[in-house]
Design a protein around this ligand. Structure first.
Ligand SMILES: [Fe+2]
Ligand SMILES: [Fe+2]
Length: 308
């Protein structure tokens, strides 16, 4: 995208984020005690965030099965998180090759790639520690990820980044403060939340910068509308991919039927809306969620509440 806004603001943001990265970053290889055994009496995901919580199916599960389902759901979300981070790394590397590598924002993009490399390694180790196999995304999705480099960078790409980062951020913030959650998971969440705050600032600043440039011309407004629609089309699929239907098989439930129950479950619907709340408010203010078609697609993702 052509740069017509004052460079200083973008560079200032990147400079601040670079300083913060240098001052406050973790090395999960050292900062997490991977040899510590899992606690027997702790949850992997707060019970009220499990997709079947509050349903008849939930009532029929034993306390052990409920913990087990929570474990599989968080492993599914974490597996998806790795794919999302890999896609973001592709995008950020393109920021470097598209422009001037001596700028602060290109250097911050590289710093964020380094963060995401550590995160994906940390998530992989966390999955391994849980004893549950990762939930692999469909093959076509994994191939699409490798094509992320070919996508033009626009507000939809950073909007999609925010969708994944802010949804997981809200869930992780709640879990890290919950003493009933496995200590290793709480530490993973603490590290991720601290470092993701910078990524969210960067992606939000880029959405604001890009949308304001696009609003200035007729062609720009057409491109903006296409970005708005593209992001809205992707939103329901991204949310769906986070919870692999096979998680239900782990507790002896039929994946198709259980997924239907989860989708109709008011607790689950409210959880998804809650996880997306801050991101949806931001994207609405930035003009990325607007108009009946876009809103209908966002409502389908459950991230936008029924009344909006
Ligand atoms: Fe991350
Ligand atoms: Fe991130």
């Amino acid at each position: 995208m052509t740069e017509t806004t004052p460079i200083s603001r973008r560079e200032k943001t990147a400079e601040r984020l670079l300083k913060s990265s240098a001052a406050r970053s973790y090395d999960p290889e050292i900062d997490i005690d991977w040899s510590a055994p899992l606690a027997e009496d702790k949850y992997f995901l707060p019970e009220h965030r499990v997709s079947l919580y509050g349903t008849e199916l939930w009532d029929r599960l034993s306390p052990e099965q409920r913990v087990e389902l929570g474990k599989h759901e968080i492993i599914s979300i974490t597996s998806f998180g790795i794919y999302a981070e890999v896609a973001l790394m592709h995008l950020l590397l393109k920021v470097v090759t598209d422009g001037d590598p001596t700028t602060r924002h290109a250097q911050y993009a590289l710093t964020e790639v380094a963060d995401e490399c550590r995160h994906s390694t940390m998530f992989g180790r966390g999955i391994e520690k849980s004893g549950v196999k990762p939930y692999l995304a469909p093959w076509w999705f994994r191939h699409l990820l490798n094509l992320a480099l070919l996508l033009p960078i626009g507000p939809a790409t950073y909007g999609g980044t925010l969708l994944v980062e802010e949804v997981t951020d809200r869930l992780q913030r709640e879990s890290l403060a919950d003493e009933d959650i496995q200590p290793t998971i709480r530490m993973i969440n603490r590290i991720h939340v601290l470092e993701e705050a910078r990524h969210i600032s960067f992606a939000r600043a880029e959405v604001t910068r890009m949308t304001s440039i696009l609003r200035r011309s007729v062609l720009g407004r057409v491109v903006l509308a296409a970005n708005r629609l593209g992001l809205a089309l992707a939103a329901p699929g991204l949310v769906r991919l986070m919870l692999h239907p096979d998680v239900y098989r782990a507790v002896g439930l039929d994946p198709k039927q259980a997924r239907k129950v989860a989708k109709a479950n008011p607790h689950h619907r409210e959880s998804v809306r809650w996880m997306g709340e801050r991101m949806v408010n931001f994207l609405t203010e930035a003009g990325m969620i607007k108009g009946p078609l876009t809103k209908a697609l966002w409502r389908r993702s459950l991230l936008l509440g029924a009344g909006r």
